[in-house]
Ligand binder design. Structure first.
Ligand SMILES: NC(=O)C1=CN([C@@H]2O[C@H](COP(=O)(O)OP(=O)(O)OC[C@H]3O[C@@H](n4cnc5c(N)ncnc54)[C@H](O)[C@@H]3O)[C@@H](O)[C@H]2O)C=CC1
Ligand SMILES: O=C(O)[C@@H]1CCC=N1
Length: 273
């Protein structure tokens, strides 16, 4: 068990910091007493301490000194100043994991004077409920042991894939940003049904469960989504009438463009100061 006896630090206790901590606690793989969160926002620390019972501190260096695995969960433009602050406390025995969009392993590594193990990851907010999707890449000083620990952190919070670093910006534009795409799809379909008279709460539950069920079908059957779509479409029936409206509106090109735009934006993040 790669996380056995490990203390996990999270620098930044915002949306993703909270989601990852919740994911780790949710499966019971790590005890709250082994998790240390730092943030400059005292209200976030109080909230996380009360909600999850984790250790909190306003001192990033304290957390780095205490923990074995350090998750960097601050905004991309805060990463470099944060690393410069904590560098004196960084050790080769640590495993650093950055989840910052766009910030490359090279940029992270150049902040350390020593050969510190760094892993770069792109998770997403459903880690909060143990259904996250994360892709990881190893930095040049991260060995198998470091990767095993990083994989275990994110596996506790959902599904994990290892990809070459060059593809992590694409992952950011796909599954990193993806929950937001799914939410507006659900919101729009709900509005469509409300327009026709269905109560909003009923419509929301039906469409959310439909998305969950469709996703489960893809993951559990391993079938191509096109084949699963064909199973729904009775010739001359309702589904093809609905699909025709989506295709006429260019839904597929729009979704492909969303991934491309978000990927491009991730590539730009590295230069935002
Ligand atoms: N929100 C998302 O869906 C995803 C976010 N990410 C990445 O995760 C990182 C965090 O994003 P969010 O959690 O959404 O942002 P957020 O703004 O919710 O959280 C960042 C936290 O860092 C704290 N902070 C700021 N300066 C600090 C410092 N010097 N030391 C310690 N804490 C400090 C803030 O007070 C805040 O609580 C970003 O780099 C983002 O690119 C990656 C994948 C998905
Ligand atoms: O919007 C963002 O920049 C972050 C990265 C992926 C999801 N949220």
């Amino acid at each position: 068990m790669p996380l056995k006896g490990q203390k996990i630090g999270c620098l930044g206790g915002g949306a993703m910091g909270e989601a990852l901590v919740a994911g780790l606690l949710g499966k019971g793989l790590v005890d709250a007493s082994k998790i240390y969160v730092s943030d400059i926002d005292q209200r976030r620390l109080e909230y996380l301490s009360q909600k999850m019972g984790v250790n909190t501190s306003s001192d990033n260096i304290d957390v780095v000194k205490t923990a074995d695995i350090i998750i960097l969960a601050v905004k991309p433009y805060v990463i470099v100043p944060l690393l410069k602050e904590i560098v004196p406390a960084a050790r080769k025995e640590h495993t650093f994991i950055s989840i910052a969009a766009g910030i490359t392993i090279e940029q992270l590594q150049s902040c350390f004077e020593e050969h510190i193990p760094v892993v770069r990851a792109i998770p997403n907010t459903p880690c909060l409920v143990g259904e996250g999707a994360t892709a990881l890449s190893a930095g040049k000083y991260a060995d198998e042991g470091n990767m095993e620990k990083a994989l275990a952190v994110f596996a506790a919070a959902g599904k994990v894939a290892v990809v070459p670093e060059a593809l992590l910006d694409c992952v950011t534009g796909l599954s990193g940003s993806g929950p937001a795409y799914m939410y507006i799809i659900m919101e729009a379909f709900t509005d469509g049904a409300v327009r026709l008279g269905l109560p909003r709460d009923t419509a929301r539950v039906l469409i959310a469960q439909t998305m969950l069920g469709a996703a489960k079908m893809v993951l559990e059957t391993g079938e191509h989504p096109g084949k699963l779509k064909d199973m729904v479409t009775t010739p001359g029936g309702t589904t093809m009438a609905g699909l025709f409206a989506l295709e006429e509106g260019g839904v597929r090109a729009l979704m492909m463009k969303a991934v491309a735009n978000a990927t491009q934006r991730a590539r730009e993040m590295a230069d935002i100061k």
